[in-house]
Design a protein around this ligand. Structure first.
Ligand code: EPZ
Length: 424
């Protein structure tokens, strides 16, 4: 894929988008295949760069897989991990994708050993993994940090424990849950993450023979079992992709039908806030219709763990609020540096003031096209939304970020009457 997108605005979004499987569900599900003595068949897998990265990591460990295309934006992947012969996740792969850390729990549980590079920093902040490591130690693993790598071992297997997370961590919850599945005895996770992607992973693990309950609440109980067997699982729809396209209708005063998934259940706070901003939501057959009321009202947002407002929709929502008829406020409470898109939106005429973790967005009448640069996955779509609504031509650079987490963007936007060009 090229690295630049050119968009000439303003354009109006009117059409239908099929929501793909969730990136943040499929990544832990792929790692979970390492726990099984048999194969794992995943359906509704989105064809994303991050999925390719996780598959190449699993292959590096000795796993094998087969990919069959279901639709243009969804694949079936059958994984076999009965010949794992390497237990190291190298820096070259981990630096591309922090979620590589998700192999730690499964490898420790199944093989009693794992060496994984410490994640490099990334655009949205330091993103430590201390809670993952403390959780593994609580289950009886030995953890040593050396040369930028985590050396983890549990030669006598893992033992169930009670673990309370000091802060909600999504992949931390997922990693420890996977490790606990094959531990001896029972593990109780307190202050666990309640995200739909955590629930999806627990559901899949239970289909594989695990014994997990309480997922979706802040206390998850995992009773260890001796082995996991073949299972088939359909990946939950991507609520962040859905929210992103809902915002495309909002920022262009358009209308969009989002097909797939129960979005009122997947995005409760987001829908509540969007209704406050003037978007209208109507349930339709197998989805939801999102219509602009013609104006964008200013709103105040605090990003929080599920069921609060998702941090992964913060940048995209800010783009729409640049055109609100008043002053909006966003507090980014999850990541310490997730305002990289603000300077780029400013180049398009947005009026945004940053004070530490708070952004004050003073609505303007219009945005104008400009040369801008994507800095991270969600920021890249924030710029796409602004460019679609802006007057004139925008060229967005470094859009490889976009391909990490959104599939078939050009096609899905074309289905809604929006033309974008990937520059050769
Ligand atoms: C997951 O990241 C998502 N990624 C992120 O989505 C999402 O932004 C985040 O959860 C919050 O919802 C995947 O699921 C693959 P956390 P994760 O552990 O698990 C601190 C996207 O755009 N923390 O819930 O890495 C951390 O610094 C991505 O799709 C520790 O201090 O996030 C942060 O402030 C971006 N120590 C907070 O907890 C730890 O050991 C929440 O992080 C772990 C986390």
């Amino acid at each position: 894929m090229t690295d630049k997108i050119e968009i000439v605005g303003p354009q109006k979004v009117e059409g239908i988008v099929h929501i793909s499987g969730a990136k943040n569900a499929v990544l832990p599900l792929l790692a979970a295949s390492l726990l099984s003595d048999d194969s794992l068949l995943l359906k509704n897998v989105p064809p994303l760069v991050d999925v390719q990265t996780m598959l190449s990591l699993l292959e590096e460990l000795g796993a094998s897989f087969r990919i069959d295309n279901e639709r243009v934006d969804s694949q079936k992947i059958s994984l076999k991990t009965d010949s794992i012969n390497n237990f190291t996740a190298p820096y070259e792969i981990v630096k591309k994708m922090r979620a590589s850390i998700l192999i730690l729990g499964p490898l420790l549980a199944k093989f009693g050993i794992c060496t994984v590079s410490l994640p490099g920093g990334c655009a949205i902040g330091v993103r430590p993994i201390d809670l993952h490591l403390k959780g593994m130690e609580a289950l009886g693993a030995t953890i040593e940090l050396k040369d930028g790598y985590v050396h983890a071992s549990a030669p006598n297997g893992l033992k169930g424990a009670e673990i309370e997370f000091p802060i909600v961590t999504v992949t931390g919850t997922e990693n420890i849950m996977m490790a606990a599945v094959l531990a001896s005895g029972t593990t109780i996770l307190k202050n666990a993450a309640k995200e739909p992607e955590v629930i999806d992973l627990a559901e899949c693990l239970n289909k594989m023979g695990a014994n997990i309950f309480g997922h979706g609440t802040d206390t998850i109980t995992i009773k260890g079992v001796s082995r996991l067997h073949h299972a088939e699982h359909c990946v939950v729809p991507d609520r962040i992709e859905a929210g992103t396209y809902a915002l495309a209708a909002g920022i262009t005063h358009g209308k969009i039908d989002l097909i797939g998934g129960n979005l009122r259940q997947l995005l409760p706070s987001f829908i509540e806030k969007m209704e406050e901003a003037g978007l209208l939501f109507t349930d339709i057959e197998n989805g939801i219709r999102v219509e602009s009321s013609g104006t964008i009202a200013p709103i105040d947002i605090e990003t929080e763990p599920y069921p609060g407002f998702p941090t992964d929709l913060q940048a995209q929502t800010m783009a729409m609020l640049c055109l609100a008829n008043g002053v909006s406020n966003i507090s980014e409470n999850i990541w310490e540096n997730r305002f990289m898109h603000v300077a780029e939106l400013g180049r398009m005429g947005a009026n945004i003031e940053i004070h530490n973790a708070h952004a004050k967005i003073i609505g303007v009448k219009k945005l104008t096209g400009a040369q801008v640069m994507a800095t991270d996955l969600r920021a890249s779509f924030s710029l796409v939304l602004a460019a679609i609504a802006a007057n004139g031509k925008t060229v967005i650079d470094r859009v490889y970020h976009l391909d990490r987490g959104y599939s078939c963007v050009k096609e899905k936007l074309a289905d809604c009457g929006v033309l974008i060009n990937r520059l050769k």
